[in-house]
Design a protein around this ligand. Structure first.
Ligand code: 2HA
Ligand code: ZN
Length: 266
């Protein structure tokens, strides 16, 4: 592989490892919970000579837009705390084949029998949408944010408008940085194309999708910024629960307070 691609891999692997450690520290990554992928568009041109000789592993559908793409993906059954400590043993590099219906695992010195995350289908559905509509976003992150999952256990809040009124009203920063709020994805079986497609729909107009009773999927230009979006939402949800557990209904920012924030630049 060319030197340029190797440096890019090193840089992105390090960035994923740092954020994986934060997910674990925040308590959002019990056991093997969560997964991260990074699309390396630059690698697309650089990798044309690095075709794997082994047969492609099948994908559940054809991802034409991603044909030839290189992606870093956390491995299935890996722990985020291990991704943080030993990134090269827990993150793999895959190349989508030229037909877009399979992928090759590219050899990296430290890799063993690692296979991509069980949520690969959703990651690829999202990357396909990002490559076409938001090409500066190359990171997809899934994590089990306790407070946000807890919100979706309240039937009344399983409504996108109510959910976003609650989240954006809890803290000015959330409404400044995530003005469109979250896209709500009703419960569906994880790991399937169906939930992948529902998540894409939610992410077309939102930076973060909230899976009912499961967790979040967020996108961003870099792992750190992607984490920040999730962190802001977690803060809002925590404030809401803190008020509720102290026995009162939080007032929330008023419409005019929210309006004032739309003009702010940080
Ligand atoms: O990677 O979080 O949704 C494990 C999961 C599945
Ligand atoms: Zn999950």
């Amino acid at each position: 592989m060319r030197q340029e691609l190797l440096s890019l891999l090193e840089e992105k692997t390090g960035a994923v490892a740092s954020v994986a450690g934060w997910l674990w520290q925040r308590g959002w990554a019990e056991r093997n919970a969560g997964n991260i992928s990074v699309r390396l568009d630059k690698g697309k041109q650089l990798s044309s000579h690095d075709q794997s000789k082994t047969p492609a592993l099948a994908l559940p559908k054809r991802f034409s837009t991603l044909a030839g793409s290189l992606l870093l993906v956390t491995g299935t059954n890996t722990r985020m705390r291990d991704v943080a400590d030993l990134p090269r043993e827990n993150i793999l590099l895959i190349r989508i084949n030229d037909e877009g219906d399979g992928y090759h695992i590219l050899p990296r010195a430290e890799m063993t029998r690692l296979r991509p995350t069980s949520e690969l289908a959703t990651h690829l559905c999202i990357h396909e949408m990002l490559a076409a509509k938001r090409p500066d976003h190359s990171v997809v992150m899934h994590t089990h944010v306790t407070e946000l999952i807890a919100l979706t256990q309240i039937k009344d809040l399983c409504d996108e408008e109510k959910l976003n009124r609650t989240l954006l009203g809890m803290h000015p920063e959330t409404s400044v940085f995530i003005p469109a709020g979250v896209g709500f994805v009703p419960y569906s079986l994880p790991g399937t194309i169906a939930i992948g497609e529902a998540t894409v729909k939610a992410l077309e107009n939102h930076a973060v999708a909230l899976w009912e009773k499961h967790g979040v999927f967020a996108t961003g230009p870099e792992p750190e910024e992607t984490f920040d979006m999730i962190d802001l939402l977690a803060k809002s949800a925590s404030i809401w629960f803190l008020c509720r557990s102290a026995g009162y209904d939080p007032e929330g920012l008023s419409v005019s307070q929210l309006d004032g924030l739309t003009k702010l630049k940080f």
